[in-house]
Ligand binder design. Sequence first.
Ligand SMILES: [Zn+2]
Length: 754
Amino acid sequence: MSPVKSNKTSPAKSSTKKKAAKKSGIDLIGPLQDYFGFESFRGNQEPIIENLLNGNDTFVIKPTGGGKSLCYQLPALISEGCAIVVSPLIALMKNQVDLVRSYSSKDDVAHFLNSTLNKKEIKEVHDDLKSGKTKMLYVAPETLTRQENLDFFSDLNVSFFAVDEAHCISEWGHDFRPEYRRLKEMMDQINAKAPIIALTATATPKVQQDIVTNLGLRKPDIFISSFNRPNLEYEVRPKVAKDQTIKSIVKFIHENRGKSGIIYTLNRKTTEELAEILKVNGISAGAYHAGLDSKLRAERQDMFLNEDMQVIVATIAFGMGIDKPDIRFVIHYNIPKSLENYYQETGRAGRDGMEGKCILYYSHKDVSKLEHFLRDKQLSEREVGSQLIDEMVAFVESGQCRRKVLMKYFGEDYTIENCERCDNCNHPKEKIEAKTAAHNLLKVVKALDERFASDYVVNILIGRMIPQIKMYRHDELDVFASGNDEPEHFWTSLIRQMLLEGMLEKDITEHGVLKIGKKGVAFLKKPASFKMVMSNFYEDANEDDEDAVDGAAATAAVDSKLFEMLKDLRKQFAKEKKLPPFVIFLESSLEDMATQYPTSLEELEKISGVSKGKAIRYGQKFVDLISKYVEENDVTKPDDFVMRSVVNKSGDKVFIIQQVDKKVSLDVIAKNRDMKMEQLLEAMETIVASGTKLNLNYAIDQMVDEDDQEEIIDYFKSCETSSLDVAREELADLDLEWDQLKIMRIKFLCEFGI
Ligand SMILES: [Zn+2]
C-alpha cells in the first residue's frame, strides 16, 4: 500500500490522453467480436491498443474491472510473433491462460512458464513457442532472471512485452518485488526494440512515476481511465449484533439466489465460521485464506470460478487477478484497512458492467481491531496505517454520495448531484445547519497557524487540557474551548465533511496537518450556509462479538419478544394439562419457533424437537399465537430462507440413535461427533422430544444411583418448570450434577412425555 496519495503531482492528469491514436489502419472490431464476443470496446481500450500496435510504449492505468487485460490480449492475438506477459501472480497464471485459451480454438495459443511446470511440460511449451503457434506467454519475473530462459526468448519473435500489475515494480506499490527492478535490463536482452505496455490498477502518482522510470518506458503514452464504476451500488449497513448481521447476510444471499459473490472478513477463523453457517443454510460456500494449503485454495478458487460454489468467504488473500466477470456482490463483513483496499475489493463485482452490489457492515469495534493490529508496527508505518483507517472511517460515516468520496480519494471530482446507486443518495441522511460551527472551526485552524492535525484541533475546540497544549500555551488562545458546547465526535465529523468539501485540506506529508482550503479562505471572509450530515446512526451500532460465532449465537436471530410470549403460553398450557412445561415443547424448540415463525401445523413439524404427533396434540395454540404476532408486527417471515445453526442436526441424529442402540458409552459418542457432553445430551433430548425413543438405561445406571433415579422421575412428574437449576435446588439433598438431571429428564420424556 502506498503511503502517499497527493493528487497534485500526477505525471499525467486524469482523463484519457488522446494524443496517440494515429490510426493503425487495422480492423480491431472484427477480432474483438471473433475472439471476445464483444460488439464494442469499453472506455479507452481502442486507442490503447492502437497505440501499442503502432509500436509505442504504453502505460495503462485502469481501475480493477475496467477491462485492462484485453488491452494486451487482443493485440497479442492479432500480432505476428508472441507477446511476453510478465505477471507476478503465479497462482493465477493458469487461470489467465485458460481464459485466453477459451477465446481461441487451440490450447497452444497461450502458455505459461513458471516453477510449477515439470520438464516435459516445459519442453512442450518450448516446442509450441518455436513453431510460432503461441501468441501469448505468461511468465513470472523470476523466470526472466534465468539466463537460459533469456537465451531462449532471444531467438523468438517477440511482438511486445506486457507488464501486468506493474505496481509491483515500485517500492511504493503494495506488492513490491525486487526482481522487477531488473525487468528492463532483461527485456532489453531479449529484444530491445519491442514495445512495452505496462498496466496497473493503482492510482497513486508516486507509484505511476516509479513504474515509468523503472521500466524505462520510452516517451510512453499514458492512459488514465476514470475510477468511477457506474454499475456498482455502494451501501454501508450498521453492524449491530453479530447474529443479526449474519442473518442479514444469509437473507441477502437467499434473495440473490444463484448469483456469485465474495464476502471479505478480517481473519481466518471468521471465514471458516461464516462459510459453515452459509453452508448449513443451503448456500454453497467455501472459505479461502492464506492458512489453507495451496491445493485446497486452488480447488476452491476453481469451484468458485466454475460456479460450483456460489459464495467464497475470504480474507484479502483472495481476489488478486481473479477474472470472473459476473460477481454480483461483494460483502465486507469487517471494515477494510483502507479505501484503496475497499475500492479494489468491491471492484471485483460487476466487471461485465452489469449489476454489482457492495455492502459493508460497519461497527466501531472493527475499527478498534484494525487500530490494534497497528500497535506492533513501527512508528512511521503506524502513522500511515492510522491515516488510511481514518480515511476509511470518514467514507463510512459520511452522509455524502459514496461515489463522490471514493472518486475524491483517487483525485477525481464527481460532480453529479445524485448518483442513484448509493445508500446516501437513495436515502439521504438528516442535515443540520453548521455555519457557525464551521466558522468557529476554521478560526481555530487559523489561530494554530495551520500547523496541527485534526485531533489537536478538536482538543482545542472542546477545551481538553493535554500536556502539549499546556506546553504551547494554547490554552491562552481566545479560541480555546470555544466549541465545548458540542461533543468531540461532532467536531471530528465536521472536520471530515469540510475536508471533503475542500474547506479544509490535510497535508499528508506533514503528518496530516490541517490547512485551510481555498473554499475555507472564502468562507472565513464571508460565512455562508454549510449543511452538515448527522451520522449518529452509527453511534449505537457498535455491538458485535467476533468470538461468539459458535454455539448459541450461531443459531442466530431468535425473536426474543416472541420467545418470551411462547414461553408464557407454554407455562399456561402446562398448568392446564398438568404437565411439566418441557414435555409440551423444549426450550430449544421454542427458540427455533421464534426464529422461523411457523404459522401452520405443517411448518411446526419442521421445528427441531417437534414430532408430528406433538404438533397435532399441542401445536395449534402456538401456531395461532405466532400467526397473530407475525401479522401484528409485520414480520417478514423467512419462508424463503431458514436460518439454521451450524450443528448438523440430521446427521447427528442418525449417528446418535445407532450408537445408543449399540450401547456405546456417551463419552465415546460425544468424542466421535466432536461434541461436548452437554451438546450431546441436548441433541438427545431433541431427538426424544420429536418422537424417537432412546433407551439410555445402560448409561443412566452408570451415572445415577438407582434410588435417586426414582426420586428424580417423581420430581419431574409434578414439576412446573423447565429449569434444571430449580430442579437441582429442589433435589438438593441428592447433590446432583447438571448431566445427571438432564439425562434423567430425557428418560422421563421417553417414558411419560410423548
Ligand atoms: Zn451516490
